[in-house]
Design a protein around this ligand. Structure first.
Ligand SMILES: *Cc1c(COP(=O)(O)O)cnc(C)c1O
Length: 386
């Protein structure tokens, strides 16, 4: 929900820009951490969802650690206050440079995605005279029933180590002196709204970890990744993700061994709803069949609709005119630069301020300069509303 005062303040800001509702971010974190505290869970925010410094600092202050997928994310996390002891680092293609960055920082855990990667981390750690703590990212072969580009836990996906490789890993652990296995890691996909995925994940975790426990290999940490979805259709009615059902389901279904610590890596569910892409209408073009609202924001600012056919709720912040059907498109020279097809909006004209909601996750962070467009800047509710 964007307030009247905010809309007034938008008048003097050059569009397009990202607007962050810091009250909502803080409230979301409050609800999230109420459950992690209640159940004694650890959380690491997935920095790839949104890496704006103010967002990171707010999340860090709420007590979360960081989940990184590149060496630069590890650096950014530390720069914005996250303790290395709360940083985890995943990714199928960690470069030698990136691994060294993380070793130097002394992060909590490398979430390893292949057997060759474990060998390289061991060799680099040996070269630096340190022992790297690693977890195995396990591919549990679960279909999270989400979009095919954001599904990561099926056996045909590139992520993680499969159960048939466990013996090879167990042999390696005996052989390699500069790695220490501290846990198992799972992350099966993103924008998961089908809650039945999570009990299934808990059962898979139990099955997979018993393989190690049977071999007397201790698993001190279980990391269940992120992936909880948010309501892109009704952001005003559901501004905070369903953390209650999520955590209660996991608490009920996960078998926790004595002394074991449970970790999570939320990304989208923390930051999606607090972010909005604010844009102005450049033209309304009347076609033979369609009316096109042409925005000054495009796929260069928010690529999710073009990349995943994602839906973002669109609101005309200033018009109360008669409802009309429109296509809403951006200025970029690509047919996929389209935000919505055949949607009802109040009568819209040049200069109207428009909001694309639920844009806080995988929005600004994926922006690019295609067509040599400027990058949209970030503005924060507590800075522009006095
Ligand atoms: C992207 C990612 C996450 C966060 O996923 P969300 O769907 O944004 O919650 C968590 N863990 C890993 C390893 C990731 O790659």
């Amino acid at each position: 929900m964007i307030t009247k005062q905010a809309i007034e303040a938008f008048g003097s800001i050059r569009t397009p820009f990202y607007y962050y509702d810091m009250e909502l971010l803080k409230e979301t974190l409050k609800v999230y951490t109420s459950y992690t505290k209640k159940f004694g869970y650890n959380a690491h925010y997935a920095i790839k969802a949104n890496a704006e410094p103010r967002i990171l600092q707010t999340i860090c202050k709420a007590g979360l650690g960081a989940d990184c997928v590149s060496g630069n994310e590890v650096k950014i996390a530390i720069k914005n206050g996250f303790a290395p002891s709360k940083i985890v680092y995943a990714g199928v293609g960690k470069s030698d440079r990136e691994i060294k960055t993380a070793l130097k920082a002394g992060i909590f855990s490398f979430n390893c995605e292949s057997v060759p990667e474990i060998r390289i981390i061991n060799d680099l750690a040996a070269g630096m005279g340190v022992v790297a703590k690693i977890s195995l990212r396990v591919n549990p072969d679960i279909d999270a029933h989400t979009h095919k580009y954001i599904s990561t836990g099926r056996k045909e996906d590139k992520f993680g180590i499969s159960p048939w490789e466990f013996q090879a890993v167990a042999d390696l652990l005996k052989e390699l002196k500069n790695i220490k296995l501290i846990g198992l890691h799972f992350h099966v996909g993103s924008q998961i709204l089908d809650m039945s995925v999570f009990p299934l994940l808990c059962r898979m975790v139990e099955q997979l970890q018993s393989w190690f426990i049977d071999k007397k290999i201790k698993i001190d940490n279980i990391n269940l990744g992120g992936g909880l979805g948010v309501d892109y259709q009704n952001p005003d009615q559901n501004p905070i993700a369903n953390f209650k059902d999520y955590f209660e389901l996991i608490h009920k279904n996960l078998i926790v061994r004595p002394g074991q610590k449970i970790h999570f890596e939320p990304g989208r569910a923390i930051v999606a709803q607090c972010g909005h892409l604010i844009s102005r209408v450049l033209y309304v073009k009347i076609g033979q069949k369609m009316k096109f609202v042409i925005l000054d924001a495009g796929m260069n600012d928010l690529i999710r609709p073009a990349l995943y056919q994602a839906h973002h709720d669109i609101e005309n912040l200033v018009s109360t005119g008669k409802k009309t059907k429109y296509d809403v498109v951006g200025p970029v020279c690509e047919s996929s630069d389209k935000f919505a097809h055949n949607i009802w909006l109040p009568e819209t004209k040049r200069g109207d301020l428009m909001a694309l909601h639920t844009a806080g996750a995988y929005g600004q962070v994926m922006a690019m300069r295609y067509n040599q467009k400027d990058l949209a800047k970030a503005y924060y509710s507590d800075e522009i509303i006095k």
